[in-house]
Design a protein around this ligand. Sequence first.
Ligand code: ADP
Ligand code: ADP
Ligand code: MG
Length: 500
Amino acid sequence: MIRSVLIANRGEIAVRVIRTLREMGKRCIAVFSEADAGAPHAALADEAHPIGPPAPRESYLRIDRLIEVALEAGCDAVHPGYGFLSENADFAEACRQAGLAFIGPSPESIRAIGHKLNARTLLQGKVPTVPGQFCDIGHAPDVHELEREFGFPFLIKAASGGGGRGMRVVRTAEGFARALSEARSEAGAAFGDPTVFVEKYVENPRHVEIQLLGDTHGNVVWLGERECSIQRRHQKLVEETPSPAVDAALRRAMGEAAVRAAKAVGYHSAGTVEFLVDRDREFYFLEVNTRLQVEHPVTEMVTGLDLVREQVRVAEGEPLSFRQEDVAPRGHAIECRICAEDPHQRFMPSTGEIAGYELPGGPFVRIDHALSVGGKVGLFYDSMLAKLIVWAADREAALDRMARALREFRIVGVRTTIPLSVAIMGHPEFRAGRYDTGFLDRHAGELLRENGNVELAALLAAALEYEQKRRGAPLPAAHGNHASSGWTAAARLEGLRKGP
Ligand code: ADP
Ligand code: ADP
Ligand code: MG
């Protein structure tokens, strides 16, 4: 029985994990960097401990410090969230050695299947993989040999990669040397491992992934798929389930392939097997994420399962409480990641201070966030501020609900991806379910024009509201559950400062 858990993370995922732990009656111990003193996750926990300066390397990535705090605070388990140390086998190992239950898979599983190259070696013949080749660092591969094997285009990828970094598409022999050295140095800087490999670049595929759950008694089930093809820089922005491109036969084939992959390493806890699906509806293994995924809430909405609760139960040694036949997803769920980025500036992170915000509400709307008025949005951490998730009986109703909720969502102080998401929800190709990982690039022009219109409309509404207030005219009642007195004025100032 786990009684007290250290949450080795920050932001919305730390908040989300704490909420389930509290429902289960567990004590929650948060950690925070100097940039996060008083942050929502620290305020919500039963105890919060400082772990160092803002830079992740000096705080959220400090294995020694995290273990020390966990032991001092009397914890018996650690939840790693996603990102940071969540896929770090050394961290899982250090927890085990300190007598702390790691709420995730074993260090052996992480090593065997969390690493992109180890995984494809292990899964050769078990699961369809994109044709690939190991390309050791120091060894200068012959581009003509690669061309003979794959044909152009091919892709250079970081073996320890994540978050879409360390990837380069190669379309000509001339472009190869430069792409290789860029990929290596980006991978070295981002992941401390410059190892890269090469695989065939699938043109405009769909990204479809399978959610898995396994226990320590050898049971593994799959919980349906998530379609995550709306991406910028190979990073997801919108996710939905079920996928408009997947029928029952393909779903089952992918689900069973994912279970085979997990069983090959005796996998337990939550995990995700990512696949690419090409135009002929062939699917190829991409990678396994050995952790909770950012987009896990869409699966929760259609299955009724709380994946963090299941992770905790598995870590307590309980067998899964249901079987594959019991999994019966219902309706449609969609998530928009709300990021502090400017789509007009090639998604550059937008920094500043949250001057105010209003959250959407209404039936079947879920918001996972860690926003706070006065909170600083800097460059030390991921740009994602919140996730908006909605459920409805069918896809069309879910898209309408999402568009409505997005229009209610206001964040003042930084630029966000909210207006772009509104534009995506209204795009005819997206509404028809005809999209792939090239969608955002292909439709950038129209989407950004619409993005500008939505932003302008919001600014005009704020200006009108201000004008009415100045004249002493009665205002329509504020909506949303976080309407703060200062926010309208802040919106105005922000609008004036930035211009439409
Ligand atoms: P998901 O499929 O869950 O969206 P992502 O690849 O987008 O997976 O990564 C989830 C989060 O973890 C993002 O916030 C991303 O920036 C972060 N992340 C991914 N890989 C790493 C890594 N190796 N080191 C640090 N952060 C990472
Ligand atoms: P990360 O660890 O950064 O999440 P992934 O291997 O999961 O890396 O790839 C991230 C995204 O990059 C995919 O969702 C897809 O859009 C694109 N991608 C990766 N590999 C390929 C490939 N071989 N062909 C085409 N697109 C790819
Ligand atoms: Mg991935």
